[in-house]
Ligand binder design. Structure first.
Ligand SMILES: Cc1cc2nc3c(=O)[nH]c(=O)nc-3n(C[C@H](O)[C@H](O)[C@H](O)COP(=O)(O)OP(=O)(O)OC[C@H]3O[C@@H](n4cnc5c(N)ncnc54)[C@H](O)[C@@H]3O)c2cc1C
Length: 389
């Protein structure tokens, strides 16, 4: 048994596993610690990500449940606006098997993955990192990747800070009547400061959907409201078959993503799309950036915070502009009341916003669409009059 591993990774989600695969492939002695007994369980996530990511990140295609090119958007009261596009392709994955495949690949690259291993404490000293678990001996590493998702106990202890913006979520997957498009709903009654969704897909011959809500408060209550509205429309029973899963979602980066010998990736770093909370893609990118920077720092044996800042510089350069644009867009959107959202929906129907979105929107990169909307004169007028009215 090796006494000191090169890298300890806390969390076997997409971000930690992306880092593990890359580090192990470069010959780094990598150990991933996952608190749950089964990788990928329990599932909280809707599993929607841009189809381009499959080629870019070589993602496991056998976990795809459906591929869709269309979504409807509506405010609480209004008619839906349909956005259909040949080049915006959303993919729905089965998150449990998706994470399990990523773990198989990390193991095939040489990483060790230990399940049922909940890290209780982290101690960083000038000579290394020690992690403590409840029922096994402490483990030592030269460096640590914090990939434990949206819980911030270790962030606080390590001085990394917590995301400035976060929201609540509730979601349930169930057999559901067939829905022609992804269905997104906004408005203060349904989802204050967020949105509700129904994402359809098939399991074998059976039609399913994931229904959920992202909002500022009372996720369970808003889930029930949204559920009833969506179920009524598609002829499903009006009460959910079981309780939704509740989870906090970060919507912006933590104060800093590195400290001596430590790098935070994915949700642990708050690296998600601020517009939707989608974090699989940015999380995996950040895992790769962290692995690249860490590999170089391990080679030179320089693992202080200032050395690891190469990681922070890389994610800021690559995904920072989209995160900033997303945060600005979100700030504006949350200041709109229901009347403002209605006005924008009306604008989308009559004033060419849909073609603009089709042209500028990219599933994984939201900056282009956000800037195009903010520059659109009628959009700006509607936003300003809604905020001042
Ligand atoms: C309702 C909902 C819907 C979502 N829908 C989408 C979507 O459609 N598309 C999208 O891209 N994103 C979506 N997201 C966000 C997405 O789920 C996350 O951004 C993504 O899972 C982040 O990956 P991660 O590896 O950083 O963290 P996680 O996937 O959360 O993985 C962290 C892992 O660390 C483990 N862990 C935690 N603490 C410890 C510990 N102390 N010791 C050992 N192990 C530990 C956890 O068990 C977990 O396995 C959604 C989130 C929610 C809540």
């Amino acid at each position: 048994m090796r006494d000191v591993r090169d890298v300890l990774i806390i969390g076997a989600g997409p971000s930690g596993l992306a880092a593990a695969s890359r580090l192990a492939a470069r010959g780094r002695d990598t150990l991933v610690l996952e608190e749950h007994d089964v990788i990928g369980r329990p599932v909280h996530c809707t599993g929607v990500l841009g189809h381009d990511a499959f080629a870019e990140l070589d993602l496991p295609r056998d976990t795809i449940l459906s591929i869709t090119r269309s979504a409807t958007f509506r405010s609480g009261h209004g008619e839906p606006v349909l956005v259909e596009s040949e080049h915006i392709i959303a993919t729905v994955v089965d998150r449990g098997p998706f994470d399990a495949r990523l773990a198989e690949r990390a193991a095939a690259a040489g990483a060790e993955i230990r399940t049922g291993a909940r890290v209780e404490a982290i101690d960083v000293t000038p000579s290394g990192v020690t992690v403590t678990m409840r029922d096994s001996a402490p483990l030592r590493g030269r460096a640590l990747v914090l990939a434990c998702g949206a819980n911030y106990r270790f962030n606080r202890a390590l001085g990394l800070g917590i995301p400035r913006t976060h929201v609540q979520s509730a979601q349930l997957e169930m057999p559901f009547p067939s829905i022609p498009h992804i269905d997104v709903r906004m408005g203060r009654r349904i989802a204050p400061g967020g949105f509700a969704w129904a994402v359809p897909f098939m399991r074998g011959e059976a039609s399913y959907a994931r229904l959920g809500v992202l909002c500022e408060t009372d996720a369970r209550g808003h889930f029930l409201t949204a559920f009833e509205a969506i179920a009524r429309e598609y002829g499903a029973p009006l009460t959910p078959p079981s309780e939704p899963r509740l989870k906090m979602l970060p919507l912006g980066p933590v104060k800093k993503t590195v400290s001596d010998r430590v790098l935070a990736v994915g949700d642990a770093a708050g690296l998600v799309k601020p517009t939707t909370g989608g974090g699989i893609y940015y999380g995996m990118l950040s895992g790769h950036f962290a692995a690249d920077a860490l590999d170089a720092c391990l080679a030179s044996d320089r693992l202080d915070e200032r050395d690891l800042r190469a990681y922070e510089a890389q994610w800021r350069e690559r995904i920072g502009p989209d995160i900033r644009a997303g945060l600005a867009f979100r700030k504006l959107a949350t200041r709109l009341g229901d009347r403002g959202i209605d006005a924008l929906m009306e604008l989308a129907r009559v004033d060419g916003l849909v073609p603009l979105l089709k042209d500028k929107a990219d599933f994984n990169w939201h900056r282009g669409a956000a800037l195009a909307l903010l520059r659109h004169p009628a959009f700006r007028r509607a936003v300003i009059s809604s905020i001042w009215s």
